[in-house]
Write a protein that binds this ligand. Structure first.
Ligand code: AMP
Ligand code: MG
Length: 388
């Protein structure tokens, strides 16, 4: 059995060269950049008005209005002292403009403009290069593209970006007791839910599951299911059947398919029977079937691999140090990921820590990462991984 740190290091050390593809900017959300993005020009690249109002020349009480500049107007205007020009937000600032006064602070009578208050030099002018300078580095390779990133890259006039291809992912859930939600259930059966949670967690991080199959606890069927997915995927995830029960066939079925075990069993709670293996360029994680175990193992161990092979710079979930809201004792000897809720800058460890219980995970927003079981006091700082 290996430690959590060893497991994380082993996963991090895996070599994998994600393919680089050109992606239309609009469909690049969630991809990681494979190129650096640099501003090709100043942003904005001309002085422009931050307000609907009047561009003024000099510092006076009254001005003569000589014309108008709307947003998108490409003509050049020039002001003389005591002249003003009607201007709208985004409009190009005329030469010799001292400042822009907002229209709410003005009165107009024919060609004459009177202003209510003094306007300081440069006021309400968005200067050329005020946001970005030409040549300025905007994103490094590995940046995961967000809606705002897309807006920014679009404003730099770039219609497409070089990104790392997202990994293909397949999922097999195993268990005789599992039936699909919406179908009639007999006593002894349960609704299969791990695939729903895991696929949603993939989606949460901008990834998709290309195929998903439910297989009963049958060695041959599991072996064939693995074989069908193995050659067409970057990452194969399995849930259930990886522990020591008589019907736990996943490990043997992986071996029969030539998957090399990299580790099996991690000294942690929940999720001790976690399996990680590889066949050529396909990575395999077999997650314990208990719902809270499988999702916790996904967040803590699978996500870092997925981020790495997606070309991301991020190591995994965002972690924060938060004071404990109450006294808490973690018993046992294993490091633990506890279902927890952060609110008002403190963390509460939730009831229902059993690995079978998804309710408490659904009520929480974090996993409290406790490396040494011990008694904690309210106010002790706890490392928490944010799950939502
Ligand atoms: P296993 O890891 O196969 O021994 O399963 C451990 C526990 O998790 C059992 O109570 C299973 O019924 C439950 N379980 C396994 N797979 C799933 C699944 N896909 N959805 C919901 N519960 C599951
Ligand atoms: Mg099972």
């Amino acid at each position: 059995m290996i430690s959590i740190e060893e497991a994380l290091q082993i996963v991090q050390a895996q070599e994998f060269e994600p393919a680089i593809i050109d992606k239309d900017l609009q469909s690049s959300l969630g991809h990681c950049l494979a190129e650096a993005i640099t501003a090709p020009f100043d942003l904005p690249d001309f002085d422009n008005s931050a307000m609907d109002g009047y561009a003024l020349c000099g510092n006076h009480q009254t001005y003569r209005i000589i014309g108008e500049v709307a947003a998108g107007d490409t003509s050049t205007h020039r002001l003389q002292d005591e002249e003003a020009i009607r201007i709208f937000t985004g409009g190009r600032i005329p030469e010799n403009t001292t400042s822009v006064v907002m229209q709410e602070k003005t009165e107009v009578a024919g060609e004459q403009l009177t202003i209510d208050s003094t306007v300081s030099s440069g006021q309400n002018i968005r200067p050329k290069g005020g946001e970005l300078r030409a040549g300025q580095k905007v994103f490094s390779p590995g940046h995961q593209i967000t809606p705002a990133s897309i807006g920014l890259i679009g404003s730099l006039g770039k219609p497409s970006v070089k990104v790392f291809k997202k990994p293909s992912i397949h999922l097999i859930t195993t268990g005789n007791e599992l039936i699909t939600s919406g179908t009639e259930r007999k006593i002894g059966q349960i609704y299969e839910s791990n695939s729903l949670a895991i696929i949603s967690a993939l989606n949460q991080f901008g990834l998709e599951c290309q195929g998903n199959q439910q297989i009963e606890d049958d060695f041959e069927l599991i072996k064939t299911g693995i074989s069908n997915y193995l050659n067409q995927t970057d990452v194969l995830l399995l849930s259930g059947g990886i522990s020591v029960g008589d019907y736990d066939y996943v490990k043997a079925a992986l071996e029969e398919n030539g998957v090399q075990e990299i580790f099996y069993k991690v000294f942690q709670k929940p999720g001790k029977p976690l399996y990680f293996g590889r066949k050529d360029n396909t990575f395999v994680f077999a997650l314990p079937g208990n719902p809270a175990s499988s999702l916790t193992c996904f967040y803590i161990h699978v996500l870092p691999l997925l981020l790495k092979i997606s070309g991301s710079q991020k190591p995994g979930l965002t972690k924060v140090l938060v004071p404990l809201a109450h006294d808490y004792e973690l018993k046992g000897d294993r490091p633990a990921f506890l279902k927890a809720h952060i609110e008002n800058h403190q963390v509460t460890i939730l009831d229902g820590q059993s690995s079978s219980m998804i309710y408490s995970l659904a009520m929480g927003n974090a996993l409290a990462c406790i490396s040494t079981p011990q008694k904690f006091k309210a106010g002790n700082m706890i490392e928490c991984a944010l799950i939502s």
